[in-house]
Design a protein around this ligand. Structure first.
Ligand SMILES: Nc1ncnc2c1ncn2[C@@H]1O[C@H](COP(=O)(O)OP(=O)(O)O)[C@@H](O)[C@H]1O
Ligand SMILES: [Mg+2]
Length: 272
């Protein structure tokens, strides 16, 4: 699906800074490119700035007293920083928030249908509901259940399914693995992959679970303390010794800062 060299950049984040409460500088110049048709992973530990980056893109920082104070965000070459989230949905970009927000009192199917509210082609909605049920057979079984009473995995599926109902070009998916058992995480990533390949939906995926994300993504950015410390094709990142050591749990020293390690390695080389 993703053909390197011929790909068009959909989303471009250029050197953004984000400040919360006028004083707390959280993103310190983050840049990234999301090519059409790809799965791009935004990786990093808890507090690295992944959610802040996604919220900056979909202009959801105001309610958090956060603000983009520097840099620019372009979608198809057009500035989107000041668009409200529903205008962004009309452009084809939708965010699935961390913590899989469903309307708890609505049924699974009602939740899915709310995803289609901005659409004008109402006739297509039934077809797309079927499409969502093909990807998520579990949701079809549970379609009459109140969302609040479904499992964490089903709620995550419901949140992704609802996003699909807006017929997006790009989905910003925040931490889909959070709180889910490994087998379910794998299932959800398999579905993300299928949607990417068969529907051509582009993903920007924030994940702490580096291991899983790098197996499904095409390209990854590693964030630490609000800065991109490394980026590259997923395959290269998976094989990178520092990434292996610090993000793929192949070290016995535990997880130090990625930047510490790199300077440590540099020092070692220097002294050798
Ligand atoms: N509303 C907020 N006000 C102040 N600081 C915040 C707010 N939201 C997040 N932060 C801080 O910003 C940093 C990045 O958070 P976040 O983007 O949620 O990281 P991640 O999603 O990678 O875990 C953290 O240090 C967090 O404490
Ligand atoms: Mg987060």
């Amino acid at each position: 699906m993703l053909d390197a060299g011929k790909t068009e950049t959909l989303l471009e984040v250029n050197n953004i800074e984000v400040i919360y409460n006028h004083v707390i500088l959280v993103l310190k110049g983050v840049s990234l490119n999301v090519p059409k048709g790809g799965i791009t992973a935004l990786l990093g530990g808890n507090g690295a700035g992944k959610t802040t980056t996604l919220k900056a893109i979909s202009n959801l920082l105001h309610s958090e007293r956060g603000e983009v104070t520097k840099g620019s965000i372009l979608y198809r070459g057009e500035k989107v920083q000041s668009l409200d989230p529903s205008a962004l949905v009309k452009k084809g970009v939708i965010q699935v928030m961390e913590g899989r927000h469903c309307f708890e009192h609505l049924t699974v199917e009602e939740n899915l249908l709310t995803g289609a509210y901005t659409r004008t082609d109402k006739g297509q909605v039934a077809v797309d509901l079927d499409m969502v049920y093909t990807y998520f057979p579990r949701l079809k079984e549970r379609r009459r259940s109140q969302a609040g009473y479904t499992s964490g995995g089903e709620q995550q599926m419901c949140a992704i399914g609802r996003a699909l109902m807006s017929k997006p070009e790009t989905i910003l998916l925040d931490e889909p693995s959070m709180g889910l058992a490994p087998q379910l995480v794998e299932q959800i990533f398999e579905i993300v992959k299928a949607v990417n390949e068969k529907e051509g939906v582009t993903f920007l995926l924030a994940e702490q679970n580096t291991n899983v994300a790098l197996r499904y993504a095409h390209y990854g950015y590693i964030l630490e303390s609000g800065r991109v410390v490394m980026d590259g094709p997923a395959k290269e990142l998976r094989e990178n010794p520092d990434v292996k050591e610090f993000y793929l749990g192949m070290s016995d020293e535990g997880r130090k800062s990625f930047r510490d390690v790199r300077s440590y390695r540099r020092r070692k080389r220097w002294l050798a």
